[in-house]
Every structure is written in structure tokens, then in C-alpha cells.
Design a protein around this ligand. Structure first.
Ligand code: M6R
Length: 618
């Protein structure tokens, strides 16, 4: 969590830093701060609790000098409450000439702090980060060599960190270090940038380099040097950022979330692009690293992910198993890592993550790789740690997702999961190619159907707004509709702060039906009436059971389902499609419902309380 940005070059540093922080604010918004070194060589810092607007107001009241070097931070609090004092940057040393920002957690900070306290160092904050500022300043005071002082301290830190430092006595350099937290370099002409992700600098340059694990960056206006923690120079391949700065702006929408819901036809189309032939067969050049032999030998797939990405995995599982006949299990990354799972070289780990920086998922794949498994990532962010550490990557081309609540990343992840299932199936040959191609052809039609759903969202929005006072909303689904129900509930919890649960409809009579009382809103994902497993009548029976006990039912059903209207107060229809592909459509009204309910409650939909977009600590 936390967003960091660094700059050295001829532009107005404050503009670069504030612009970068604005784009990174999704990573945390408990406080924000900047430090710059003025042309006369003075370090100046402004920081403020709360969102970035508070910092901007503070700077208006207490202006900063023009500067050509600086660092900026937006915080998601871990150690210490979100106060002005705990906001970054933190100053180090007796003379307070060093400024430091940090993303992550320094696990051994208590021991390091005790060492500093014993020497008489006084602390201005309750953070773990301030320890690093004092340690680096202390080493620099001894040696006068900032890069080596910096390197000698970062190797002593345990845990996860991206750290950026500037010092009044070396006003032309920004130092950075990375372990278990993201850091990307932006390469400019006579200027260079650092950021938690490319959003920090994409409006200035599209040329970027991902910094590796345990590496230090020495950044000047005209040079960039990357070294390992033990001092060896390293080079990394440059990549070009493939999205435009405007893609990460609201573009006239009331919120990023509203825009990102509307972006979904494009997100799904872009994820399919170049991967589906016109006859419905799939080509996935990205996983050429897995030979046909490897795929034929696969005994098991384990999907690891968190939150919404894990529901994408739950949904993809239905398709992958049905078409490829490879057993799939879906695990929350943080649970998987710590339960001694059974893995061998014939296990494929599929890690799904929008950011590619979710620490729990990174820890899960590192563990699986140690045990000999191959890792395939489904990731939305170029240059992300997950992409770099995986054996192969299927990028979802959803574009930047800024709102904390995941929407277009999810539909793109489901799409990528289905492509993977069809591809593996085509090699395994367990299902006739014609059947796979039929599904592939239907998948090609999904962007158009997603557009159709989005054009008809008014009803879901109205229902959401009408339920602004609901204390609890339940969601029911069966088969692929079950993870959709869980995703609908998650959206409501994180955006509207109300109790919401998603249940498998078949589980109702095993307990959850006791929750139903007069007026209880229940959203039911109704399977297609064309479904060959006759799930439709079973779900209709479930609806009758809960209505008999007072539930107020909203059904999400397929166009042409003539029965459902007799059983539900409200029905939101989505277009017909292959039954397993339906989640790409049925989840969208739930996103709009949660957005409308949260908006009606006057809440911040893009930055819900207590959350951050990327969970980069365990
Ligand atoms: O970046 P990731 O896809 O790895 O993030 C995983 C979850 O933290 C994320 O999906 C989270 O659950 C969303 N905020 C839900 O909307």
C-alpha cells in the first residue's frame, strides 16, 4: 500500500509530485506529503493527514520553493495513526537534512529503534519508517557517502519496503531501494522519475524499467544506475507503457468506478484481441513456455488470488475443469501459503491479480516455485512484480483501474481465465474441438453483450439507490452464479459498509435461510432456463422458499426467461450466452447496484474507508 513518487529534472518538481500522487492516491489516502530541495540547497517538507486535497491546501497556505528534485508519498497507515506527524516524508539525523518516504513494513523496526534511542535519537512519529531515516542520516554523517550509507542501512531492514531518500548535502540525487514492494523507474530526456507504478509518471514518459528485488537505484537528471544490495551493477530491459495518461483520468464521469464499469466492453474486447481466431479456436502465445507435453502432464491447477481476483478464479474454474478436465482448486493466496499444500512439477499455479503487487499472492507463488511448480500469471499491470516472477503471463488488457473496487479488471480476468481453459482443453483433447470452438465463438460476442448490459444499467442503479437504508443485503447463486453472488456481496461491503453475504443457493436450507425475515433484500443470480443441468427450476424453488419468508427478491436473469418475473419483485435481464460465460454479464448489474447504493449514502465510492487498491503488505 502507499504510493511513492520521486523526480529529478528541469520541470516544476511540485507539479510532477502532486500529479503523480494524484494518480497514486488509490494506493492509500490516509495522509500525503512531499519534500523538495530548493535551488539554494534547502530541504523543505509539507505533509498533512487525510486526502491529497489537504496537502494541496497546506502547500497553498505555506508555499514551497521552486525545485528540481523531490519525493512524494501518499499513505495507507500501518504503524501509527493517520496523523500529520505520522505522515511521510520523515526527516532523519540531528540536522534533519535527510528526507525519506517508505512503502511497506519494516518488521525489525523495534530493535533498530531501541539502538537509536540508546544513542539519544529522538523520534517525531510513531512510524517504523522514521527509524530508517535516522539510520541512513547517521551513516551518512559518519562517511559522507550517501549511496553507501543508504546501502548499508537497507540491508539491515527486514520486511517489505520501497524507500526513497533525498539529502540536502547531495541535492542532485534521489536514492531508492526495493524489497518486496514495487518500484518502477520512468526514463525521461534530461529528467528521471520513480514511482510505485507507472501511473506516477505516465503523463511525462512512457519509457519505464521495473526495479528488481533487493536493488538500489541512484537517480539523477541525466543518469540512472541500478545496483544490487551487495553493490553489483545490473541492467534491466526497458519497456513502453501501453496506456495513455488519459486512461487513468475520470474523463467526465462522476467517479473512477463509474468510468471503469463503462470501460468493460473495451476491457473484455482488448483481453480477447489476438487470442481468439475467427473459427473460435484459441491461441495463447504467452504460454509458449509450457510445452504441449507439460500441459498434457498437468495433474492439477491451483489458482491463487485474493478478494475479487479470487472470485475470477472461482468462475474460471468451472470453465477450465469442464473443458480441459484438469482438476482445479482455487485458494486465497494467504491461506494457500501457510497450509503446506501438495505441489509437484505437474501442478500449474495460476496467480490472478490486477495490480500484480498483492503481497499475499506474491508470497504464494514464491512458495509454489520453491516446491517446483510452474507459475502462470493473469495480471493487468505491465512490469508488475507478479509478471516478472512468473514463468508466463497472460495480460488482461483492462487498462488502469483506479477505483479501489475492482470492476473491469474482474471481467477481464474472467475472460482471460476462460481463454486459458479453452487453450488447455484444445491441447488435452478431452472435449471435441467443435465444442470448444462453439464456446470460443460465443466468447467473441461477449464485448457486444457487455455493452448491452451497460446500456441497461438504469434499473440496477435505481434499485441500489432505493436501498440506501438497507442494513443487510444477501446474494444467492448456483454454479457459476455462486462466485458472482460472493462478488456482489464484496462490492457492497467495501463500498456501502453494510452487511452483505453471498451464498450458494443450495446451501440455503443448511443454515442461511434463518437470516430471511420480512423485507430482507436478496439478489438472486438465476441460471439460464436453457441450462442442461436443470439448475433453473432449483433456483426458482429457492426464490419461492425465501419469498415465502418475506424476502424482497431482485433477480438477475437471462433475456427470454419468462418464468422468473412471476417469482421476483424485480428482474434485471442480461443477454443470452453460453451458460458458463454468463458471469461476465451477470456481475455488471451488481457493480452498478453497489455503486448507486454507496452514492445514495453519500460515501466516497472510489476511495472507501480503511482500504487501499493494492495490498502490498501481508
Ligand atoms: O490487485 P489484486 O487483483 O491482486 O487485488 C486483489 C484484491 O485486493 C482486490 O480484488 C480487492 O478485493 C478489491 N478491492 C475488491 O473490489
Amino acid at each position: 500500500m502507499c504510493g511513492i513518487v520521486g523526480y529529478v529534472g528541469p520541470k516544476s518538481t511540485l507539479d510532477v509530485l502532486i500529479g503523480g500522487l494524484r494518480r497514486l492516491e488509490y494506493r492509500g489516502y490516509d495522509s500525503a506529503g512531499v519534500s523538495v530541495i530548493s535551488p539554494t540547497g534547502h530541504l523543505e517538507t509539507r505533509k498533512k493527514a487525510g486526502k491529497l486535497v489537504n496537502l494541496v491546501a497546506e502547500i497553498e497556505e505555506h508555499p514551497l520553493p521552486a525545485a528540481h528534485i523531490g519525493i512524494g508519498h501518499t499513505r495507507w497507515a500501518t504503524h501509527g495513526a493517520p496523523t500529520d506527524g505520522n505522515a511521510h516524508p520523515h526527516l532523519g539525523g540531528q540536522t534533519q537534512k535527510l528526507s525519506l518516504i517508505h512503502n511497506g513494513i519494516i518488521e525489525n523496526f523495534a530493535e533498530l529503534k531501541a539502538e537509536l534511542l540508546a544513542e539519544g535519537t529522538s523520534f517525531a512519529s510513531e512510524t517504523d519508517s522514521e527509524v530508517a531515516a535516522h539510520l541512513i542520516a547517521r551513516e551518512f554523517e559518519k562517511t559522507g557517502d550517501l549511496p553507501s550509507a543508504f546501502a548499508s542501512v537497507v540491508v539491515r531492514l527486514h520486511g517489505a519496503f520501497t524507500i526513497l531518500v533525498i539529502h540536502e548535502d547531495q541535492p542532485d540525487v534521489v536514492l531508492a531501494a526495493r524489497r518486496n514492494a514495487p518500484l518502477v523507474i520512468g526514463l525521461g530526456d534530461g529528467e528521471n522519475f520513480l514511482g510505485s507504478d507507472v501511473a506516477a509518471f505516465v503523463e511525462h514518459t512512457k519509457r519505464a524499467i521495473s526495479v528488481g528485488q533487493d536493488e538500489i537505484v541512484i537517480l539523477r537528471a541525466d543518469s540512472v544506475e541500478v545496483r544490487t544490495f551487495d553493490g553489483k551493477t545490473v541492467t534491466h530491459e526497458e519497456f513502453t507503457v501501453d496506456w495513455d495518461a488519459s486512461a487513468a483520468s475520470k474523463g467526465g464521469w462522476s467517479s473512477f468506478m463509474a468510468k471503469e464499469i463503462a470501460d468493460q466492453p473495451q476491457a473484455v474486447a482488448d483481453t480477447l484481441m489476438g487470442r481468439l481466431n475467427s473459427d473460435g479456436s484459441v491461441r495463447l502465445a504467452e504460454i509458449d513456455g509450457l510445452s504441449h507435453e507439460d500441459i498434457k502432464n498437468l495433474e492439477r491447477i491451483i489458482i491463487v488470488a485474493c478478494g475479487t481476483a479470487s472470485y475470477a478464479g472461482d468462475i474460471a474454474k468451472y470453465g477450465i475443469e469442464k473443458w480441459s478436465r484438469i482438476p482445479v482448486q482455487v485458494e486465497l493466496s494467504h491461506e494457500f501459503r501457510y497450509r503446506d499444500p501438495i505441489i509437484n512439477k505437474n501442478t500449474l499455479i495460476v496467480a490472478i491479480s490486477q495490480s500484480g503487487e498483492t503481497m499475499d499472492t506474491l508470497m504464494a507463488i514464491r512458495y509454489a516455485k520453491e516446491l517446483g511448480a510452474k507459475v502462470l500469471a493473469i495480471c493487468n499491470t505491465q512490469g508488475a512484480t507478479l509478471a516478472r516472477e512468473s514463468d508466463a503471463v497472460i495480460y488482461t488488457h483492462a487498462g488502469p483501474e483506479v477505483a479501489v473496487a475492482s470492476t473491469k479488471a474482474l471481467t477481464a480476468q474472467i475472460t482471460a481465465g476462460f481463454l486459458l481453459g479453452l487453450f488447455l482443453a484444445s491441447i488435452r483433447g478431452a472435449v471435441p474441438a467443435a465444442e470448444l470452438q462453439r464456446v470460443g465463438l460465443d466468447l467473441l460476442k461477449m464485448p457486444g453483450r457487455v455493452s448491452h448490459v451497460i446500456e441497461g444499467l438504469k434499473q440496477a442503479e435505481r434499485l441500489g439507490a432505493e436501498m440506501a437504508n438497507a442494513k443487510s443485503v444477501l446474494f444467492l447463486g448456483r454454479n457459476v452464479g455462486f462466485p458472482v453472488a460472493m462478488e456482489g456481496a464484496l462490492k457492497l461491503k467495501e463500498l456501502a459498509y453494510i452487511h452483505a453475504e453471498g451464498f450458494a443457493a443450495g446451501e440455503l436450507k443448511h443454515g442461511p435461510i434463518a437470516l430471511i425475515e420480512e423485507g430482507q433484500p436478496v439478489i438472486v443470480i438465476v441460471p439460464s432456463p436453457r441450462d442442461e443441468d436443470s439448475l433453473h427450476p432449483k433456483v426458482i424453488s429457492n426464490i419461492q422458499e425465501i419469498r415465502a419468508r418475506g424476502a424482497k427478491v431482485i433477480a438477475i436473469a437471462e433475456e427470454g426467461d419468462n418464468q422468473v418475473s412471476s417469482y421476483a419483485e424485480n428482474v434485471i435481464f442480461v443477454p443470452e450466452c453460453e451458460t458458463l460465460l454468463a458471469p461476465i454479464l451477470t456481475v455488471i448489474p451488481l457493480q452498478a447496484f453497489a455503486l448507486a447504493l454507496s452514492t445514495a449514502k453519500g460515501l466516497d465510492v472510489d476511495q472507501p474507508r480503511n482500504l487501499a487498491k493494492s495490498v502490498t503488505v501481508e
